[in-house]
Each structure stands twice: as structure tokens, then as C-alpha cells.
Design a protein around this ligand. Sequence first.
Ligand SMILES: *Cc1c(COP(=O)(O)O)cnc(C)c1O
Length: 397
Amino acid sequence: MSERMKQVIEEAERDLLHTYNRFPIVFDRGEGLSLFDIDGKRYLDFFSGIGVFALGHGNRELNDALKRQVDKLVHTSNYFYNEPAIDAARRLKAASGMDRVFFTNSGAEAVEGALKAARKYAYLRDGVADHEIIALENSFHGRTMGALAVTGKKAYRDPFEPLIGNIRFGKMNDIASVKDVLSDKTCAIIMETVQGEGGIHPATADFLTEIRRICDERDILLILDEIQCGMGRTGSMFAYQQYGILPDIVTTAKALGCGVPIGAFLLRGKAAEKSLAAGDHGTTYGGNPLACTAAATVLSLYESMHLVEHVGEVAPYLAEKLDGIKSRRSDVIDHRGLGLMRGLEFDHPVGDILNRALENGLVLINAGANILRFLPPLVIEKADVDEMIDLLERSLG
Ligand SMILES: *Cc1c(COP(=O)(O)O)cnc(C)c1O
């Protein structure tokens, strides 16, 4: 490591609040699937900044659109209309099958809005506000107080109690555990279609279909958090499209702006019509012309690049290669995932593997102590998979 990199890291550790144990690397620029640190070393990026950079780094058309918008208009507030927001909303509705869009600045904020919409829907219906929400253990929905309250990891929640009340937890793919916590007060079930931070666990078709059926039967809103698994990552624009169901509310963020901070919650039918109204919710930045130019351009590029179809072509190759690693190594106990969202579970912590991968020029991350997580940019080709597998095998030890 150069003196300069050491200095930058020392300064960061002095000035930034230490809420992350960061890897000792300072990235300087990106190009396609490559990241370069300030010493000029190249890395293959199979993490995309937590599944954000779907288009790879430095997409020319996205960058040009953003530059044009910066010179035109950056922010106006939600007291006025702006065309990029209307364009982004129209594209997002078409991609998701939902009816209305609220733009936020992050994933957690999208979850907050979704929870408020669900509570408001039940409040309007019943005239009281004591409803319960069911979430799943092992889930991740964000770090703000509401999103944290539905995050199924006790250690994340405990220091910050009391969070919002009336949250019950069931288990992913265990319908009996959800039925156990259902009550007449349940107003919503929130879950990730594919759990991300919790270790790459896709919902089974039986589980999600039955959850949808229960929600329909009891007028409960189904909120699907697709912040990590949405935006084409699993081989369909949204993962729920592979299950033949629609949620009442869906949250998205991460790849939506491909690096420009933007999220959204989308509502359908009764959830769109009978929940949040004027005065119920708001944001200063959310849906501003710059962020929405990012989302609209990203959605338009997905179409022109046939990106979702591309995921369908390249993901089976990545899955096959990871299956190969599993069959060759006795310490790999599971390989699972959907599309380009994959996990390789070891019988030991993977921290050393991550460090060796970085030394070898491969950016990967974990999802839980023992699970390697693969969230490459969606534009990868088979040759990139080959390069990654080669670097990974050298890093496994
Ligand atoms: C990342 C993530 C969030 C939180 O998004 P932020 O933009 O970090 O607030 C919520 N839900 C899921 C499934 C996520 O992966």
C-alpha cells in the first residue's frame, strides 16, 4: 500500500464515524467491470457497490444524461412538477405492473413509506390505528427506525428499542410460522422476494403464493422489498414476476439510479387508492430532476440494452461455475440464488477469502459470516465469469 493510500485511510478513520469496518482500499475510478484504487491497481468488481452499478461503472449514456441535467435543473422540491420524475414513474410502472410511484432518496426511506402506506390503509378501513405488521426473521429492510423495526436481526434492533411497535416475526419459507403470528390486527406482511443480507435465500413458489392468498383473503397488504433483488438482478425486472403474483406495495432502490441515490415505493390498486393522501407523507429531495433523470435513463437503457434478457443468458453460466466450485470443495456446503444474485455458503467464516480476493484484484462481499455473495454488474459476459472464477479459486486457499 502506498504512503498516500495509508494517509487517506488514517484521515478517514479520524474524521468519519466508525460505523463500518472498511477494507483498506481507496477506490479512485471505475470503468465497466473494473475499479481502480488510488495506487492504480485494477480490481474486477463482482459486488457493484451492493448491487447498485447494474450498468457497470461509467456508462457513457447515463453519464451524459446526468451532465446535461446538472446544467439544466437539479432541484425544485415537490411543490412543483418536473418531467424527469414523470418519465421515471411511467417507466417504473410499466416495468413493475404497479399503479403509483413515490420517489425517495434511499432504500430505507422506501420501506418507511411502504409501512406508513400499509398502516394508513388499515386505519382508513377500521378507523383505529393499532395494527400489526408481520416481517420475517433473517430479513433486512434498512437502518432507519421503522425499517429497522421490521429487520429480522435482533442484534441490529436491540440497542435502539423501542422501535415502532406491533411487529411480529415469522420465518422465510415456513408458512406455519407466519400463520402463528397472524391476527385480526395484521395489516401487512413485508418480506424480500429473495433475502439479500440474510444470506441469499429466495422465497419458494409455494410460500409466496400462499402468502399472497392469505393477504387476499384477509385484506392484508403484501409489501415486497425488492431493493436488492429487483431491477433485473434475478432475470426478470422484479423477482416477483417469476412467481406469477403481484404485491400491493413494492420497494426499490439500489440499481434504480445506478449510483445516484434514489429509491421508490410503488403501490397498486386499493393500496394506491386508499392509503397515503395529501399531507400524509413527503420529502425534500425525493423525486428531484437529477435523481429521476438517473432512474429514467437507467430504465431506458435496460430496455435498449435488453439487460433483463442478458441476465437470463449469463446467469446460468455463473450458476454452473459456482456449482463446479461446490462440487470440488468439501468446505462449500451450499450454492443458491436467483439470476445474478448468488450465494456460496462455507462451513467456516469467509473473511480471509474476501481479503485474499482483494489482494488478487477481485471485489466480493459476504452475506452473513459464512456466505460469499455475488452481485456482479448485470452487463457481465461469460468471459468475466471465467476471470472471476479464476481469481476466486486462487483466493480460496
Ligand atoms: C440495501 C437494502 C435496504 C436499505 O437500503 P438503503 O438504501 O441502504 O437504505 C433495504 N432492503 C433491502 C432488501 C436492501 O438490500
